[in-house]
Design a protein around this ligand. Sequence first.
Ligand code: SF4
Ligand code: SF4
Length: 225
Amino acid sequence: MDISDIYDKFDQIGCLTFATIDNGMPQTRIAHLFAYDNDGLYFRTMITKPFYDQLKKTDKVSICGMYPKTSVSHDEEGMPYFAPGYTIRATGDIKEIPLETLKSKAADNDMLMLGVKDIERYPAMTTFCLHSAWGEVYDFDFEMEHRSHKLLRTGFCFGGRRIPLRGVRITEDCIACGDCLENCSFKAIYQRDDRFIIDHTKCDVCGDCYTICPTNAVEIVIEDP
Ligand code: SF4
Ligand code: SF4
């Protein structure tokens, strides 16, 4: 995914949850991304808000959202039902963009020009750019209404970041019993000769294989970004 694909996924949602850290405590609020260019994704806030203070203290933010429906309905047994859709999240480093820089960028970017006009109308407004980040689109169809597997996860990164592996994988301790493949409701495990392999684009990290494996061959991996 390039930066325009990532922006389009967020923009389709509109209102997003932005998370920051405030003196060690997580904080969230609703905001939106209003533009992108080759340098990253852009959002605005006012310098008078706690959000601004938190952004400046850490220079980091995490953003997520869900499309097309955020409400949860229930089936006849009372189990939750999620209409097919996707979630998206991105986490990374931000920098404040001086107004003169924004104006210069906006000369050939209509989305950024809207930001300039907004700042001229509301002088306490300022702009941030998420310039280095990693994230994921988590496309779900849990009831397999439109395809033969529940998930399609697509990782992305930009601005010098890499996509870390955060999930489970099968180690050399595997004795090829096949129990994990049989019990993976996400159809995320496949066999190649006598090797069992997890396809991370389909894996929910639900843990069923981790708990069922007789030799503890499934390990949890949480790489640093
Ligand atoms: S359950 Fe464990 S031992 Fe059996 S195939 Fe899966 S990873 Fe290998
Ligand atoms: S964690 Fe869950 S979804 Fe992923 S491979 Fe194991 S059983 Fe399948």
